[in-house]
Design a protein around this ligand. Structure first.
Ligand code: 5RP
Length: 236
């Protein structure tokens, strides 16, 4: 499912000569592999990776990589997601790369999400916790502030040590059991001292390519603009 979605997205949205963002995770992996095949066949891209892991993979496949500030905007980024709602709003970051992923997405003209069918939800926050990246300094205080939003923040571990992101920060996975007002929550989270970034990717994705267990590939496009605008107005 992941491979089918990723390869379909590359075939549909990637063209020779583009500046590309490379996502992170087990689905983005297949997109990077496919881009590597295009490079072997003579295509030329300049790519910005959203993690050290994806950068290493890209280089091993002969894909040219650059720092984000070395390129202008990116034409297309292909990245995974942990939850996708019907309006193409996302939760990302279970792979730990949310900070760079959000910066790269913001520099991208067309953000394309690739996923297996298990990632679609009616409401964000129902299947997975929301990852929140925080500074190490005072992180337990930051977690207490997060708890006030009605979640139970759990420090992400890697074996017996806290998981550390590429940016040197920690992640609290915050289970909300359904997020009613994602725009409001995003703004509230960003106002907490110590929070570096959160895994809500709102009005970020332009397209999603999702493959279900029967092998059917479905395309989702930017969603219902009116509804998004209403959400933003409610937030203000
Ligand atoms: C990493 C991410 C990934 O895109 C997300 O976790 C999906 O990963 P996978 O394709 O392995 O399910 O946000 O920070």
């Amino acid at each position: 499912m992941k491979k089918a979605a990723a390869e379909e997205a590359v075939n549909r949205f990637v063209r020779d000569g583009m500046a590309l963002g490379l996502g992170t995770g087990s689905t983005a992996y297949y997109a990077i592999r496919k881009i590597g095949e295009m490079v072997s066949a003579g295509c030329d891209f300049i790519c910005v990776a959203t993690s050290v892991q994806s950068e290493n993979l890209a280089r091993s496949l002969g894909i040219k990589t650059a720092e984000l500030d070395e390129v202008g905007s990116l034409d297309v980024t292909i990245d995974g997601a942990d939850e996708i709602d019907p309006d193409l709003q996302l939760i990302k970051g279970l792979g730990g790369a949310l900070l760079r992923e959000k910066i790269v997405a913001a520099a991208t003209v067309k953000e394309v999400i690739v996923a297996d069918g298990g990632k679609t939800v009616e409401k964000l926050g129902t299947k997975v916790p929301l990852p929140v990246e925080v500074l190490k300094f005072g992180h337990e205080h930051t977690a207490r502030a997060l708890r006030r939003f009605g979640c139970e923040p759990v420090l992400r571990m890697s074996g017996s040590d806290p998981f550390v992101t590429d940016g040197g920060n920690l992640i609290y996975d915050c289970r909300f059991g359904g997020i009613d007002r994602p725009f409001y929550l995003e703004m509230a989270l960003d106002s907490v001292p110590g929070v570096v970034e959160n895994g809500l990717f709102l009005n970020t994705a332009c397209e999603a390519v999702v493959c279900d267990s029967g092998g059917t590939v479905k395309f989702m496009s930017e969603g219902v603009r009116g509804k998004r605008e209403q959400d933003e107005i409610r937030m203000i």
